[in-house]
Design a protein around this ligand. Structure first.
Ligand SMILES: [Zn+2]
Length: 410
């Protein structure tokens, strides 16, 4: 497992933050630097079909070592880190045998505290890798890459473990929502796959939000304020009225678990025109349809009340709950659960209150639940991961490969 840590530290030393402002793929040069490094590593491991395409998607395959047909399965991780915090000059610190209490991050006054993150209380005795308080760590998702490759290396070193074809895919620009855009499912060649991009030990996710976006455009009339009487219509007032018509108890800050919401995420405003940008989320496809219908009703209601000015609504679907694509193939989840149980990991099945590349891939014909990496607090300076969690992830990947082959043994 030494290679696991070594790999992880090597990958996080490469700044591969993605950039939403750049429409090219990949959106940053750093991702290509990491991709080229990984390409060499895949070749050195002796994998076949190692291919880094011009968009920065890296694929490879570990050929089956059985003489009967086993479905090819895949493991996927993303190479970029989130734009929310810097991923440059990451200085990780290793806290061995954590005994509780605050962990000082670097030499500033940043700490990782069990008061803020009570899950630390369950990690006494673990070895924890943290940041120095100035960057994110990059466990999301470089831990996933390190875990997949360490599992592959283990399978190669242990030919007595029988497995089918194992496909590996490392993608760019996941954090800016484009990771599945140019993923060639056909070329990848797996019948189903797992993203190794989850959080704490045991996480297994195959349900995510259905997502839509709504833009409410409020049209006013701009007139010089000195001569505005009975002429000026302030679009910002209309926008404020509209927002007050939305349910206050169906927002991200008032919901959890399987509850959906409306979220006013941004607005651009002027007297003549104010745009309200909402995101709509619901685990249920019908629930999302109801939310869209509700917004249409509110817009119609406000338009009929307004004496001056007008409101317009634009609705757009974004992504869908992968559950409907995964559930027809229950063995995909059963194999993952079974592998965890056999590795002494309690499967922690919970809905993702967001979207994943796996969800997009599921609708592109590659059912793709998400497995844990062992990481916590992704996207910020409080990100950390435990060595124990990473090792368990490797074990589970190996076990999954093994169990898939034995499930299809004649
Ligand atoms: Zn991720």
């Amino acid at each position: 497992m030494d290679n696991l840590i070594e790999r992880f530290l090597q990958y996080i030393s490469i700044d591969s933050q993605s950039n939403p402002a750049n429409s090219q793929c990949p959106s940053t040069e750093g991702q290509l630097t990491l991709a080229r490094y990984l390409e060499q590593e895949l070749k050195d491991l002796g994998l076949v079909g190692v291919d880094l395409d011009s968009n920065g998607y890296l694929m490879a395959r570990l050929p089956a070592n059985v003489d009967y047909p086993v479905p090819a399965i895949g493991f996927i991780a993303h190479m970029d880190t989130a734009p929310d915090a810097s991923g440059k000059d990451v200085h990780p610190q290793l806290v061995e045998n954590y005994q509780g209490g605050d962990i000082a991050l670097g030499i500033g006054d940043e700490v990782l505290s069990p008061i803020q993150y009570p899950e630390l209380n369950g990690l006494h005795g673990h070895n924890i890798i943290t940041t120095d308080g100035t960057t994110l760590l990059g466990a999301d998702n470089k831990a996933g890459i390190a875990e997949i490759l360490t599992a592959i290396e283990y399978l190669i070193a242990h030919p007595e473990i029988k497995h089918g074809d194992i496909c590996i895919g490392f993608t760019p620009d996941e954090e800016i929502g484009r990771g599945a855009d140019r993923f060639d499912v056909q070329k990848f060649g797996a019948q189903w796959a797992y993203t190794v991009d989850g959080g704490p030990i045991g996480e297994l996710e195959y349900e995510n939000f259905n997502a839509a976006a709504a833009t409410v455009i409020c049209h006013g009339v701009s007139v010089h304020p000195g001569t505005a009487k009975n002429k000026l219509v302030n679009a910002m007032n209309i926008a404020a009225r509209f927002q007050m018509m939305m349910p206050a108890d169906e927002t991200p800050e008032t919901t959890e678990g399987y509850e959906g919401f409306y979220h006013l995420s941004t607005m651009t405003s002027s007297v003549a025109r104010t745009e309200l940008h909402y995101i709509l989320r619901d685990f249920d496809q019908e629930g999302l349809a109801c939310r869209k219908a509700f917004m249409e009703q509110q817009v119609a209601a406000l338009n009929s009340e307004l004496k001056k000015g007008r409101v317009e609504l634009i609705l757009r679907d974004n992504y869908s709950n992968m559950r409907e694509m995964v559930e027809p193939h229950p063995h995909i989840i059963e194999l993952a659960k079974q592998a965890m149980v056999e590795c002494d990991v309690k499967p922690l099945i919970k809905p993702i209150r967001g979207g994943t590349d796996g969800a997009r891939l599921s609708f592109m014909g590659l059912p793709c639940p998400n497995l844990f990496t062992g990481g916590h607090n992704f996207h910020g300076i409080h990100e950390f991961i435990t060595l124990e969690g990473m090792e368990k992830a490797v074990e589970v990947i190996v076990k999954l490969a093994e169990n898939t082959a034995s499930a299809y043994r004649r």
